[in-house]
Ligand binder design. Structure first.
Ligand SMILES: [Zn+2]
Length: 276
């Protein structure tokens, strides 16, 4: 805390308490993740959205691929002192990626399939909207499978010649059956045996709005609701759903904002404590 003295004319001076800026760790950029600490009991918002704060004062937020170049962090302590901090968000450049040879019915699906894709997308959104009030993410994040990076986050995609949504995760290509591990501690929030686009699908809730998703798998080794430890096997690489070869698509999101898994793993690596 420091004090700001403002004087009006010759006589009237007002002294007010001004909180020091909060130290933030992580990556303040599109697709990035940021952790910070405040006094326990402080409430925090980022651009008006409430951010979960642990009982030790830890908080985390993510920045979407298309986040604006600045964001407003607002805090209110338990005794009512309010401060706001405007933070700059670094812009990123994205690749253009062409993917051919996908099953055509997954790129231009018929109306019946469109209905199923929507319903399945709704299940993923519902799983993202529930979150545990436990900061499981404090384990940090590890790469869930070993293999060749065959697709990066954020690329503008052209699938079978048609422009489609940007790539929302990281693709790791490896033979079918290669183990897939939980990136961090959490609770399994969704298991599906065969979605049209994502095939065999697992989601893990890491608490405080953070989720990871693992898709196109050949097998699933966990059940919905299961408490999972970082590094436990949750399935195996496969080529189920909309894919032209065996790979894991690995995604991380914060309340639905898509984050870059490579940024998250380098900003909060597994095995390193996040200092308060
Ligand atoms: Zn992918």
């Amino acid at each position: 805390m420091r004090f700001l003295v403002a004087c009006v004319g010759l006589y009237l001076c007002i002294t007010s308490a001004v909180a020091d800026p909060i130290a933030l760790r992580g990556r303040l950029e599109q697709g990035g993740i940021v952790v910070g600490s405040v006094a326990p009991g402080t409430s925090v918002t980022i651009d008006g959205r409430a951010v979960s704060v642990s009982n030790t004062g830890r908080f985390v937020f993510g920045l979407d691929r298309d986040a604006k170049t600045s964001a407003t962090l607002a805090m209110r302590t338990s005794d009512g002192v309010e401060t706001t901090q405007v933070v700059s968000v670094g812009p990123r450049d994205w690749l253009i990626e062409r993917v051919d040879g996908l099953p055509q019915n997954t790129v231009t699906p018929n109306p019946e399939t469109v209905k199923r894709i929507r319903a399945e997308g709704g299940m993923i959104v519902a799983a993202r909207n529930r979150t545990e009030p436990v900061p499981f993410f404090e384990t940090g994040f590890l790469q869930p499978a070993q293999g060749r990076i065959s697709g990066v986050f954020g690329s503008q995609r052209i699938l079978n010649g048609r422009p489609r949504s940007p790539h929302s995760g990281l693709d790791i290509a490896a033979p079918t059956g290669t183990p897939v591990l939980a990136t961090a501690d959490g609770v399994v929030s969704l298991v599906h045996d065969g979605m049209i686009l994502t095939g065999k699908t697992v989601m893990i809730d890491h608490g405080f709005g953070l989720d990871s998703v693992y898709i196109h798998m050949s097998e699933i080794a966990v059940a919905q609701g299961q408490r999972i430890r970082q590094g436990e096997q949750i399935g195996a690489i496969g080529m189920t759903g909309r894919t032209n070869g065996p790979h894991l698509h690995f995604g991380i999101s914060w309340y639905g904002a898509k984050l870059d898994p490579q940024t998250v793993m380098s900003a909060l690596p597994a095995g390193q404590d996040i200092p308060q």
